[in-house]
Ligand binder design. Structure first.
Ligand SMILES: CC(C)(COP(=O)([O-])OP(=O)([O-])OC[C@H]1O[C@@H](n2cnc3c(N)ncnc32)[C@H](O)[C@@H]1OP(=O)([O-])[O-])[C@@H](O)C(=O)NCCC(=O)NCCSC(=O)C[C@@](C)(O)CC(=O)[O-]
Length: 379
């Protein structure tokens, strides 16, 4: 018994410091210790490139009317998107859904959408034939657009009445993907892009974006895409005169550490962050995580697609691009200014997905629509 009494006294003594720790006053930073919050700090800008009308629709199996495509572009412009990828001058035998691209460009030049901000419309062109098809439309409407130039060269900037036009070429990060997507090797595609970039600049002073696909995973060669090869292709394209490199995680296989590794490798090769845009697909739900890594790295241009539409015809299993609604919401939570009206773009996502009979893949879009419905029911 005495033994138990001693033991309990010892336990009590041993527990005292613990009890003292638990009751001791804990120190927290309080509001008065914090620097006052100012509402005047200006949100840093981020550029969102809306790729829904091109990347979002190119893979749709059922024909989508020209009127629907134009309405989509108009609604996106009204919602505040300033750079919209509107079509693709590729072979209609390869990608039938992009067959309206000449009519789309013509319409946008003749009747530019009413929008709060100056607009830039971007079109893909894989070769001189595609570029010439775009040039035919531009030649018929020579005073309806401004040169997109590159921005720093004093060339005229787009206005709300005269949009700028931009061309995009698209290389691949692996030989297998290049063959499937372009029917040629990486080297041959680069020779073609040199001609396209030169002609786009010399003839109409157009800004040129250069995609590199499958930078973080290839549907045919797997996860291990060599970042040094991507860096070499990127520097080749920049030396040819490309104004921007858009790094495409076509398969959505990218992860945070490999996104960081890729961007570090490009930086070591001399590619400036201001010349890089990120194009994430959300197949594995990693797009916003990877976006955060890229933001941290200094990248400020991101592609997205309303309603999370998208997929590449030559990347089996790849789902949509990161949704514009999710990207806008994410940037807003970080205090970054996208210039896009979230509510308006949620409406566009709901409309286009219904119009083409697809599920709305935007998590934020669905959450906002659900919240609106509950508010209405409660009234
Ligand atoms: C590059 C080609 C044309 C080569 O295709 P090819 O069959 O090797 O070309 P060709 O020169 O032998 O020509 C074949 C036929 O196509 C015509 N042709 C040739 N070029 C054009 C053109 N520009 N526009 C219209 N027609 C064209 C050409 O005139 C000929 O017609 P035919 O004599 O048989 O009647 C073909 O492979 C092609 O169109 N590929 C495009 C594939 C594509 O659009 N993929 C999706 C875009 S990339 C993407 O989505 C990824 C991205 C950008 O979003 C980023 C990411 O997520 O990673």
């Amino acid at each position: 018994m005495a033994r138990y009494a001693l033991l309990s006294r010892q336990l009590l003594a041993a527990s005292r410091p613990c009890a003292r720790r638990a009751t001791a006053a804990r120190c927290f930073a309080t509001a008065s210790d914090q620097p006052p919050r100012t509402s005047s700090s200006k949100a840093p800008p981020v550029k969102l490139v809306e790729v829904g009308p091109r990347d979002g629709l190119q893979n749709e199996p059922n024909p989508i009317s020209l009127a629907t495509k134009l309405e989509l572009i108009e609604k996106l412009a009204k919602a505040g998107l300033t750079t919209i990828e509107a079509g693709s001058f590729v072979s209609p035998k390869w990608v039938p859904q992009m067959d309206h691209s000449s009519e789309i460009l013509e319409h946008l030049l003749q009747k530019p959408p009413t929008a709060p901000n100056p607009l830039t419309f971007s079109f893909l062109a894989p070769n001189i034939k595609g570029l010439n098809n775009a040039f035919n439309v531009l030649a018929k409407n020579p005073t309806s657009f401004v040169a997109s130039g590159g921005g720093d060269d004093g060339s005229p900037q787009p206005t709300t009445s005269k949009p700028a036009v931009e061309i995009a070429v698209f290389a691949a990060g692996t030989e297998s993907f290049s063959q499937k997507n372009l029917n040629c090797s990486i080297e041959t595609s680069l020779q073609r892009f040199r001609e396209v970039i030169q002609a786009a600049k010399e003839t109409h002073a157009l800004r040129v974006r250069a995609y590199i696909s499958v930078v973080l995973g290839c549907p045919f060669e797997g996860y291990d895409v060599d970042p040094h090869r991507i860096a070499r292709i990127a520097t080749d394209l920049l030396e040819m005169g490309a104004d921007e490199i858009a790094l495409g995680d076509t398969t959505g296989m990218g992860t945070a550490p490999r996104t960081k590794e890729l961007l570090t490798c490009l930086g070591q090769a001399g590619v400036r962050t201001e010349d890089v845009a990120m194009h994430f697909h959300d197949t594995y739900g990693q797009a916003l995580v990877n976006t955060a890594v890229a933001l941290e790295h200094g990248i400020r241009t991101f592609d997205c697609s309303v309603g999370g539409l998208g997929g590449c015809p030559y990347s089996p299993g790849a789902t949509g691009n990161v949704a514009t609604e999710d990207m806008v919401y994410f940037m807003e939570t970080l205090g970054m200014d996208t210039g896009v009206d979230l509510d308006a773009v949620v409406d566009v996502g709901a409309w286009i997905t219904k119009e083409i009979g697809k599920e709305n893949a935007s998590t934020v879009g669905k959450a906002v629509l659900g919240a609106r419905k509950r508010t209405k029911e409660a009234e």
